[in-house]
Design a protein around this ligand. Structure first.
Ligand code: PMP
Length: 439
């Protein structure tokens, strides 16, 4: 019996005993292609020598020094590197241990900024339906995924949710992409006006929606309009790039492709690439200066912020991404992956949509392509695909979505940046067999 919680009692999990490039290995020696990096975490694969060496060196030098007393070389160097490559006027970095913590910190920083900027009446946060921003109570309150929220709803903070930009499922047939993007972006303005035009703290969204929708980018012009609305009403724009950031979409920061810069940016997963738990919140100079010149202290903190070993690992990860120009590799392999996905699954009777950017792809499974009707949720298709793919030696991330309140299924794919074309082909062979086995 396992004492590790949670372990699924009916189906014991294999034990991961090793990692080799794009593959994880279990106790029996079986190899699994890590086609989703867990949940878009392992961007460098599993045995990157530079990162493991950086961790060893840092542990030998200094494992921990509390940031209430000290800063550390790796945290300083990592912050410098992130800011040197960050969009817009992002100017400061606050380190945390993961994605939920980054989102919590972002929401609280946004509120404190307005308070110290003389606008205490700003008390509302707006996010989007069918979104996921983390599992802590604040981040879960921001998320609009009913399945994840419903058990905890009495504990959640009231936040508004507007429509996501999910053109495959929600664009009216006779609407242009541009008109659709403007219509859903304008929901932000309507919600701001409903709450009171000087009452909103921030708007929070993922540039490319990962877990809940499956690699759904916004249509052109959507984020430009969102930025315009935020600026008009003094609302801070928080972008959650916990999953889509750090090169995954073919840009170090995903929002670059939408030509938009946030006031606050959240990153995690690919930042530590799974080698260490780390996340970060980047904020603009304007926000930092108001607090620095005001109370002088962001009223927040965790024991492990700026952990030297985590920072050393992330510094090595980001240096690998930049120095080996893995972003170009993501674009090239991403283009190959897209072609292969479309070739194999583009005409599949139950594949409704294939979308994504870089090495971040979603395959939406539908019962009927013409009407885009999802399969009945009672079929539990996402779980079955996950199991069948795993048996084939592929780790992918199928999810039951929340389309139209009904449940649709999609498979999220986020292979390591270092995957070769033949490894990507092998992964798609496994997915092909898994889909055929369960649909
Ligand atoms: N935001 C997004 C967009 C995510 O995908 C996730 C994790 N799936 C989180 C936040 C939460 O991150 P973590 O699990 O590291 O707390």
């Amino acid at each position: 019996m396992s004492h590790v919680f949670p372990r699924h009692s009916q189906s014991a999990l294999p034990t991961a005993t090793g990692g080799d490039g794009c593959f994880l290995i279990d106790q029996s020696g079986k190899r699994y292609f890590d086609g989703s990096g867990g949940a878009a975490v392992s961007c460098l694969g599993h045995s990157n020598a530079r990162v493991t060496q950086a961790i060893k060196d840092q542990v030998d030098k200094l494992a921990f020094a509390h940031t209430g007393f000290f800063t550390s070389d790796p945290a300083e160097a990592l912050a410098d590197l992130l800011i040197a490559n960050a969009p817009g006027d992002l100017d400061r970095v606050y380190f945390v241990s993961g994605g939920s913590e980054a989102v919590e910190a972002a929401i609280k920083l946004a509120r404190q900024f307005h308070l110290e900027n003389g606008e205490p009446q700003r008390q509302h946060v707006i996010a989007r339906r069918q979104s996921y921003h983390g599992n802590t109570l604040g981040a879960l309150s921001a998320g609009g995924n009913e399945m994840r929220r419903k058990q905890f709803s009495p504990l959640l903070v009231g936040m508004s949710h507007i429509a996501p930009c999910y053109e495959y499922a929600e664009r009216d047939g006779d609407e242009t992409l541009e008109a659709y993007g403007q219509r859903v972006a304008n929901e932000l303005e309507q919600e701001i006006l409903r709450l009171g035009e000087d009452k909103v703290i921030a708007f929070l969204a993922e540039p490319v929606v990962g877990a809940t929708l499956g690699a759904v980018a916004a249509v052109d012009g959507y984020f430009t309009r969102i930025r315009e609305i935020c600026d008009q009403y003094g609302v801070l724009l928080i972008l959650d790039e916990v999953m889509c950031g750090m090169g995954r979409t073919g840009h170090l920061f995903a929002c670059t492709a939408d030509d938009v810069a946030p006031d606050i940016l959240c990153i995690a997963k690919g930042l530590g690439a799974g080698y260490q738990p780390i996340g970060a919140m980047l904020c603009s100079k304007k926000i930092y200066d108001v607090i620095a010149d005001g109370s002088g202290f962001f009223q927040h903190g965790h024991t492990y912020i700026g952990h030297p070993v985590a920072a050393a690992a992330a510094l090595a990860v980001v240096s690998e991404i930049l120095e080996r120009d893995l972003i170009s590799q993501v674009r090239a392999r991403g283009a190959y992956f897209e072609t292969q996905l479309r070739k194999r699954f583009g005409q599949h009777p139950h594949v409704g949509d294939i979308r994504g950017r870089g090495l971040f792809w979603g395959v939406e499974i539908v019962k009927d392509r013409a009407s885009k009707t999802p399969f009945d949720p009672s079929r539990g298709l996402a779980g079955k695909i996950k199991k069948a793919a795993f048996a084939e030696g592929l780790i992918c991330y199928p999810m039951q979505g929340t389309r139209d309140g009904a449940l649709g299924d999609h498979v999220l794919l986020a292979p390591p940046f270092i995957a070769s074309e033949s490894e990507l082909d092998g992964a798609l062979d496994c997915l092909d067999r898994a889909l055929n086995a369960v649909i």
